[in-house]
Design a binder for this molecule. Structure first.
Ligand SMILES: [Fe+2]
Length: 69
């Protein structure tokens, strides 16, 4: 079960990345990709010890970077 705080965090990251991509005049595909990455980046928690939580975004992003190859 995802906590309410986690849900707020996930939506906040997704909205932030979408806004960033729009401000940088990225393509619609890249805007959508960054928004999706924001929604899914917390998957990184599944592959880390609790003490390493600060790198969850790097791990989560790495999973999706590999999947685009
Ligand atoms: Fe996160």
């Amino acid at each position: 079960m995802i906590s309410e705080d986690r849900k707020k965090h996930i939506w906040g990251v997704a909205k932030f990345l979408k806004r960033y991509a729009q401000e940088e005049n990225m393509s619609q595909d890249d805007i959508h990709s960054l928004y999706l990455l924001g929604l899914l980046h917390d998957i990184g928690y599944e592959f880390l010890d609790e003490k390493d939580y600060i790198t969850h975004n790097v791990v989560g992003g790495g999973i999706f970077k590999v999947s685009r190859l």
